[in-house]
Design a protein around this ligand. Structure first.
Ligand code: AMP
Length: 480
């Protein structure tokens, strides 16, 4: 455990990096940064349980830049480090971070992803790039066209490795790994640790230091979570009402399907609420424009599907709404991780109709807490939402989606795998992963509200805990 606040300067970072961090406005490293930075600086491999929102990007980028700054010059068409990400949005964000943190260093960085012309990327690569952030499909395209050479690679980072496997990138990843120099540093970041991730890490990592910060599948303490019970056909009216009445200014809304996203956006616009949409059928430039307008407060609402929203980094996003609950309950954790980031306060609201009770129950089992419920006056549901202990809480496993097409003529938008996803949560101790996991489960039980129960406790004393629903505006109801 950390005693007192930690400073960036005590982590072994150089003056030029500290200056960039200071200019970025960070005063203190996040827990994952405290753990990761010294290990990466020492040159060791890392296996980290960390999700977006923890500050993991700076956790690997700062020490990576420092190591690269001390090394040789990059040759034409070569790269010295490679950061692989599952999506273009995440690639762009990581590349922005690299540029920000490395702005005082004489290093070149760049980003390549599918869905846009390959030629400008080939041109950029000609003079060599120290840190290349890439999605796997496009990187392989560039390699096949001789535009990128791997002989100088010193460090490989797999960011959101679980999502890359979910998206079917394993063959590309293995192909890329086989092309890299044997002697290199490897850093693997993943929110979840499935068998596939374990296998990949065994194959890839050399005596890795394992890092895990906060409990897996837990939700940030700084996020207030509320369930609004509502009939399905009144959800969009309720959402408009909440946005206008509560004067929410910047709201990220998740829908399960692309059609649902488009439809909702129309409804919100009709209610006079400026809205943009991001989903897999939108072209890259449309997505970027929508995100930019949202980030600049030019529109009030961004409606997104799960995959499209992946990696969105919007500072201090105050409100996240689950217009419908995700089919895969891990996506709930991922969705609400968009708010309450790096310590800021956030509110996550889920609009839940009676037919979603099983999804709600699965989410509560996963996050080990019973969510507070509210009913907005004027929106009392005709079909009441039963208590979750009355539902079948069987978390649905993420589906293995088809391989993501990102290469060749695939420069079409990524498939919107709304039903896929595999998210959970992160880390704080450098030690045996199993031990940490057990401790994490314990910690999470303590952290959550007093009625929080572990899945085991839940099965053992279902009725008792199930009835102890935390409700702010009404007493829990029984099944009708
Ligand atoms: P990440 O998990 O890397 O996507 O980062 C999540 C957010 O936290 C980003 O908006 C970062 O800019 C921000 N962040 C990263 N490190 C810090 C820090 N030490 N202090 C405050 N904010 C940070």
């Amino acid at each position: 455990m950390q005693k007192g606040p930690m400073s960036f300067s005590s982590l072994g970072l150089s003056e030029l990096i500290l200056r960039a961090v200071d200019e970025r406005g960070y005063t203190q490293p996040t827990p994952i940064q405290v753990e990761t930075i010294p290990v990466v600086l020492s040159g060791k491999d890392v296996l980290a349980a960390a999700q977006t929102g923890t500050g993991k990007t700076a956790g690997f980028t700062l020490p990576l830049l420092q190591r690269l700054a001390a090394g040789p010059k990059v040759k034409a068409n070569h790269i010295r480090s490679l950061v692989l990400t599952p999506t273009r949005e995440l690639a762009v964000q990581v590349a922005e971070s690299v540029a920000t943190y490395g702005k005082h260093l004489p290093l070149k960085s760049g980003v390549v992803y599918g869905g846009v012309k390959i030629n400008p990327q080939m041109m950029r690569l000609r003079s060599g790039i120290d840190v290349l952030v890439a999605t796997p499909g496009r990187l392989m395209d560039l390699f096949r066209q001789n535009a990128v050479k791997f002989a100088q690679v010193e460090t490989l980072v797999l960011d959101e490795a679980d999502r890359m496997l979910d998206m079917g990138f394993i063959d590309d990843i293995l192909e890329i790994i086989a092309l890299l120099p044997r002697k290199r540093q490897n850093l693997l970041f993943s929110a979840t640790f499935s068998n596939d991730i374990r296998k990949l890490s065994e194959r890839l990592l050399n005596h890795p230091v394992q890092i895990e910060v906060s409990p897996r599948n837990s939700t940030a303490e700084s996020v207030k979570q509320t369930v609004y019970e509502v009939d399905k056909n009144r959800k969009s009216a309720l959402l408009s009402h909440l946005i206008l009445n509560k004067n929410w200014q910047l709201v990220l809304v998740f829908t399960r399907t692309k059609n649902g996203a488009d439809h909702l956006a129309q409804e919100l616009e009709r209610a006079g609420i400026s809205t943009v949409v991001i989903h897999g059928d939108k072209k890259q430039n449309q997505r970027s424009r929508a995100l930019k307008r949202f980030k600049e407060y030019k529109v009030r609402v961004l409606v997104a599907t799960d995959v499209a929203a992946r990696g969105l980094d919007i500072n201090e996003l105050p409100h996240v709404v689950n217009f419908d609950l995700p089919k895969v309950c891990e996506d709930y954790v991922h969705r609400i991780g968009r708010t309450g980031r790096a310590g800021s306060e956030g509110e996550a609201v889920s609009l839940v109709s009676a037919d979603e009770i099983n999804l709600l129950a699965a989410i509560e089992t996963l996050i080990r807490q019973t969510l507070a419920r509210e009913v907005e006056s004027g929106f009392i549901p005709k079909h009441s939402v039963p208590l979750t202990h009355q539902a079948k809480a069987r978390p649905k496993k993420p589906k293995k989606p088809k391989r993501q097409q990102e290469r060749g003529k695939d420069h079409k938008p990524e498939k919107d795998k709304d039903s896929s996803g595999n998210k959970s949560r992160k880390s704080s101790k450098v030690q045996d992963m199993n031990k940490t996991k057990k401790a994490a489960a314990g910690k999470s039980r303590r952290r959550n509200d007093s009625e929080a129960v572990s899945p085991k406790q839940r099965t053992n004393s279902k009725t008792k805990h199930g009835m102890a629903q935390k409700s702010t505006t009404r007493k829990p109801r029984g099944k009708k």
